[in-house]
Design a protein around this ligand. Structure first.
Ligand SMILES: Nc1ncnc2c1ncn2[C@@H]1O[C@H](COP(=O)(O)OP(=O)(O)OP(=O)(O)O)[C@@H](O)[C@H]1O
Ligand SMILES: [Mg+2]
Length: 403
């Protein structure tokens, strides 16, 4: 295998592109388009540095997160298991007026420096017995060095095209395995999508699981519920561990250290906390407050070795003290050059701490969820300082742009 200077490799006549060219750290997520997925019929969620999805209970906020989580889990678990973890294909199909429709998801993102939008599309059909087939799976990827790669699967026939700058496109065809994503088999385009999807991290911390004795985890991936946070924290270098502690201390004052503690063949965490009497005490995770454990898990998810490019946090306000929420938002905002953040929230305090353009409004109408940015007429009084977004939320007056 000879390595070319422009970030491309030649291998047996097949052109591939090196890691530097497709460094997924330099990906920005741009939008998520959903058709017939859970409560969404046809919706597009614009992503930016930091977005906060707000809306009434059962309006569809978590359903949008479920779509990101499904995509994220394809590289970790494979498509059949990722779908099974959501309760099976039939559950994913949109139902309004009783009739189920077949879902389709498209994630758009941009490789830094390419100036073009790349995308990954996954579109399902149904077969008898509640099973699915893949109708189409396609990716179009544009790299900063001018190269591009794509795959396009219709049914089980796959076509791959790789184009390096200044050279003729190379084409390959093969047959996919029914029901399986072609990501692992689709060469450079597949590897890129694999890496990009892996950069999504969803966080729905269950403090009881963080507090429990944990089995040492063999995977390097942070589990959304925090059930392997001790192992993930253990794998961090000293400096990153200190970063986690410093950030946690900004939210929960008095935390001075967090250590991994081995109990028989299990792991847990030990927190050192200085109280207002000036004494430092040590507590096992089980004894720490839910809010501390949630905030700790969020910080580990953010700073884990494979740092997420999109961190998705469901309702960060749960169990976190009002005064500390502002600090949490500030901390996350300071990271957005490396990690985009998406939160779902009911918290007026969180949305007051964010720029008004961060808001995405979700609403549910005739059995269908919709999502949009905030309407201009709702922004005007906020810009004039007459009212805050949080006050608009409380009075149910955050109006979306209706297209
Ligand atoms: N397959 C489906 N087809 C149509 N609608 C669905 C489907 N699955 C779930 N829903 C709807 O989605 C709703 C749940 O939405 P979701 O969990 O996203 O709410 P949420 O906005 O996160 O609410 P909360 O603030 O309470 O967490 C259900 O109540 C149901 O109405
Ligand atoms: Mg929800």
């Amino acid at each position: 295998m000879t390595e070319a200077k422009d970030g491309a490799e030649e291998s047996g006549g097949m052109v591939s592109i090196t890691w530097e060219a497709l460094n997924p750290n330099s990906v920005r997520f741009k939008s998520l388009e959903l058709q017939n997925f859970l409560s969404y019929k046809n919706a597009s969620l614009d992503l930016s540095d930091f977005i906060a999805i707000v809306g009434p209970n059962a309006s569809g906020k978590s359903n949008a997160v479920a779509a990101l989580r499904l995509l994220r889990e394809i590289p970790s678990y494979g498509l059949p298991t990722a779908i099974a973890r959501r309760g099976g294909f039939d559950q994913l199909r949109h139902r309004s007026r009783g009739h189920p429709y077949d879902p389709s998801l498209r994630l758009c993102f941009e490789m830094h420096g390419s100036g073009r939008t790349s995308s990954y599309l996954l579109s399902f059909g149904s077969v008898k017995g509640g099973q699915y087939k893949i109708k189409r799976e396609a990716a179009e990827l544009f790299f900063a060095d001018g190269s591009s790669a794509s795959f396009d699967r219709t049914g089980d026939a796959v076509r791959i095209i790789v184009s390096r700058k200044d050279s003729k496109p190379e084409r390959f065809n093969f047959n996919a395995v029914a029901g399986q994503s072609i990501i692992p088999a689709a060469g450079i385009a597949g590897i890129t999508v694999y890496e990009v999807l892996q950069r999504i991290q969803t966080v729905e911390v269950n403090p009881a699981k963080v507090g429990d004795l944990q089995e040492p985890s063999s995977t390097a991936t942070f589990e959304s519920d925090g059930s392997n946070v001790a192992s993930i924290y253990d794998s961090l270098d000293k400096k990153t561990k200190q970063d986690v502690v410093d950030r946690l201390a900004a939210i929960v004052p008095g935390i001075v250290a967090v250590e991994v503690y081995h109990l028989a063949d299990r792991l847990t965490l030990r927190f050192k906390q200085t109280a207002d009497d000036g004494l430092t005490r040590t507590f096992l995770a089980k004894q720490m407050s839910d809010g501390t454990l949630r905030a700790f898990a969020i910080m580990v998810a953010l700073l884990q070795n494979r740092r997420p490019t999109l961190l998705v946090i469901e309702e960060p306000e749960v169990a976190i003290h009002l005064g500390a929420l502002g600090s949490l938002v500030q901390l996350l905002e300071a990271e957005t050059n490396k990690t985009q953040v998406l939160v779902t929230t009911h918290s007026a305090d969180i949305i007051d701490a964010l720029p008004i353009d961060s808001l995405r409004i979700v609403w549910h109408e005739n059995g269908v969820s919709n999502v949009a940015r905030l309407a201009e007429h709702s922004k005007i009084p906020v810009r004039k300082g007459l009212i805050t977004p949080g006050q608009l939320l409380r009075s149910d007056s955050l109006d979306p742009v209706i297209s």
